[in-house]
Design a binder for this molecule. Structure first.
Ligand code: 28F
Length: 663
């Protein structure tokens, strides 16, 4: 907002209003402080913020239906059938409570604590932040037989709350249009929102969530899962074979903490435990996860010993062994969650560990006694895991010894950087020795290290840890990064040698396959690298456009067309067809020709070109790999890289249209 405009409004306002305006101004000046960032992620955060309020109303037991619509004009509408935001005049603020909620920072948070026992809370910045970051927002509340309405522009009400009609029932409807002055891109991605809303429907089994996309192709889906977490686990394991039949379900309630857990074992080697607190994904785990793990290890161990299922005394089962092949969702509701950790997604409440541990221990003990054949299958699976772990330990020792022969313990193929401070260093994992060579010449050797990878790395989704450690390419990646491999117990974050790990592959099918293999490896075996957002994907250009001495690079078709336009070389109306390995010449009005050539692979560029287009931090674009929706990411990896063929075929069919957009 222009400064003078705010000053003008301020003259007409009283002291309290100035406070409100200052709040809005601060949100608009520092949006990242409130919503994390102003990228696509921040944009979608706005929707979650509004939906969280509806979910709070559902958790309180007053709402069982939520709809979200992506409107034709680019705005989004969320409705619920709850009690409706109160509209009576607020005792101290002297304006409608609706206006207070919509315009005053923290109003949401403060009220929520008073009016709701449990609340989403993590996003929890309040709908006023969404309002401040929207070109316009409209709120409609049905309550006491009336329809109330107020509209805002960039957070400022256009008029007082007024009644615009009569209606039965009750509920809240919010429509907003994100502000282009704040967000670079205000296009909502249906699939991103769909994943989160599906997850919310699994987590709240009485809730029905309807989502609609009315922008171009009409899309509509309704989520209602009577089985709740059990359905969630089945959905996650759709492409796996369960060894325990139906998922095991545990629930209980102690000291105001509600616990719900569903899990099963499949034949894979991965453990997938997703944890939620008040519907928020606790990526970093915390006391609820600790409680579950402790109970699982102890209960299964006791059962195995009691029933003489451990064949030999030589083998001891560890916690990891009891989690191999598990798919589990833990969802707890806590009145006052304490969130800790780097991304504030680790539950800190110490009392929760004991609560989850005792509820799980009792229920699981009973389950095992009642289902001895399933129990035996689970224990057998854990024993096989322990045997593989022993083999892996030997393989790792071998790796260590082999590495000791190399200078400084680093892989021979690694061209390391000269600066040793990890915070300043980057590691490029480059597809192919030849591109690796070019990258070595083109890099800034002070802070950029290059590790060329030959051919395709192993598909880790289909291999156990001992096989994975036998793979030479994977071993070089592990030693180059220097922090080990595995979960947070074994992986030592403090030893990571680079702040950024950048995957640089060709822009063709093989390249994207190799990138997927690498992403799978990091996701499954160096999750910390993904969670701490150190993983990136290099973006080599797709086209070179040359006019006289000017050479420009385009990273997408639309960028290419924009450049052509600026050179007055766009053949408006006609679609540009550029042969796979050729050039196109366009003669412009000034009779100077423009040549467009396609970059096929990294190998086509010389060192200088590779540096200036793809590696120079001043000019390059790199995509950060994030893991916003862990459950969705996990499913994609399993479907794409796992054993079952049919789900993969279905996924590829459904997603082929996004192939150029998604990584
Ligand atoms: C489309 C998004 O935001 N739904 C909401 C309510 C209901 C109440 C409420 C919300 C209490 C005092 C503010 C109603 N009756 N959907 C939503 N539904 N907020 S947000 O109250 C919030 C505070 O002023 C509500 C009784 N208690 C609470």
């Amino acid at each position: 907002m222009a400064k003078n405009k705010i000053d003008k409004i301020k003259e007409e306002y009283g002291a309290e209003d100035i406070q409100v305006l200052k709040g809005l101004e601060h949100v608009r000046k520092r949006p990242a402080m409130y919503i994390g960032d102003i990228s696509t992620r921040g944009l979608h955060h706005l929707v979650y913020e509004v939906i969280d309020n509806a979910i709070d109303e559902a958790l309180a037991g007053f709402c069982d239906k939520i709809t979200m619509t992506l409107n034709k004009n680019g705005s989004v509408t969320v409705t619920d059938n709850g009690r409706g935001i109160p509209t009576d005049i607020h005792p101290t603020e002297k304006i409608s409570a609706l206006e207070v909620v919509m315009t005053q920072l923290n109003a949401g948070g403060k009220f929520n604590r008073d009016s709701y026992k449990v609340s989403g809370g993590l996003h929890g910045v309040g709908v006023s932040v969404v309002n401040a970051l929207s070109e316009f927002l409209e709120a409609e509340v049905v309550r006491d037989g009336k329809v109330y309405y107020q509209k805002y522009k960039r957070g400022i009400p256009e008029a007082k709350v007024k009644t615009i009609g009569n209606a039965k029932k009750s509920g809240t409807k919010v429509t907003f249009y994100p502000d282009k002055e704040i967000f670079k891109n205000i296009l909502f991605k249906y699939e991103t929102l769909e994943e989160r809303l599906r997850e919310l429907a699994y987590l709240n089994k009485d809730l029905t969530i309807l989502i609609k996309d009315e922008r171009d192709k009409q899309k509509q889906e309704e989520f209602h899962f009577k089985g709740g977490l059990i359905d969630f686990v089945k959905y996650l394991d759709e492409s796996e074979k369960s060894i325990s039949g139906k998922p095991i379900f545990i629930s209980g309630d102690r000291e105001n903490v509600q616990v719900e857990i569903a899990f099963q074992y499949n034949e894979s080697y991965n453990d997938n435990i997703f944890t939620f607190v008040n519907n928020i994904n606790t990526h970093e785990g915390g006391t609820h996860l600790e409680g579950f793990k402790a109970a699982l290890t102890r209960t299964l161990n006791n059962y195995a010993t009691k029933n003489n299922l451990l064949k030999s005394d030589k083998i001891t089962l560890t916690g990891d062994d009891f989690r191999e092949g598990i798919t589990c969702v833990i969802s707890i509701k806590v009145p006052e969650p304490q969130f800790e950790g780097q991304t504030k997604t680790k539950l800190g409440n110490s009392e929760v560990k004991g609560i989850v541990q005792s509820i799980t221990g009792e229920a699981l003990g009973e389950y095992l006694d009642e289902n001895p054949s399933v129990a035996k299958k689970i224990i057998d699976k854990c024993i096989r895991a322990a045997e593989a772990r022993e083999a892996a330990r030997k393989a790792r020792e071998l790796t260590r010894r082999k590495n000791a022969l190399d200078l400084g313990g680093l892989p021979g193929k690694l061209a390391d950087c000269s600066i040793k401070d990890p915070a300043q260093c980057e590691l490029y994992l480059v597809e192919g020795d030849s591109a690796g060579g070019t990258a070595k010449q083109g890099r800034d050797r002070r802070f950029q290290a290059i590790l060329p990878l030959r051919g395709k790395i192993l598909n880790v989704e289909k291999a156990r840890i001992n096989k994975i450690l036998e793979n030479e390419e994977i071993r070089s990646i592990i030693t180059a990064i220097g922090a080990g491999i595995g979960n947070s117990d074994e992986f030592d974050e403090s030893k990571i040698r680079y702040d950024k790990i950048i995957l640089m592959c060709d822009a063709d099918i093989d390249g994207s396959h190799i990138r997927t293999l690498l992403l799978t490896f990091f996701y499954r075996h160096m999750k910390e690298i993904v969670e701490t957002e150190r993983l990136y994907i290099a973006q080599p250009p797709l086209y070179k456009i040359k006019k006289g001495k000017t050479e420009l690079y385009a990273y997408s078709d639309s960028e290419r067309d924009e450049i052509l336009k600026s050179m007055k070389a766009d053949k408006s109306g006609t679609k540009l067809e550029i042969p796979e390995d050729g050039e196109v010449e366009i003669t412009t009005g000034t009779l100077k020709s423009v040549t467009i050539s396609r970059f096929k692979g990294l190998g086509e560029m010389n060192a200088e070109q590779l540096w200036s287009t793809t590696m120079n931090p001043e000019t390059r674009t790199i995509l950060q790999v994030t893991n916003e929706n862990a459950a969705a990411a996990d499913k994609v990896f399993r479907v794409l890289m796992g054993e079952e063929v049919e789900p993969r075929r279905k996924f590829i069919e459904e997603n082929a249209k996004y192939a150029n957009l998604d990584v």
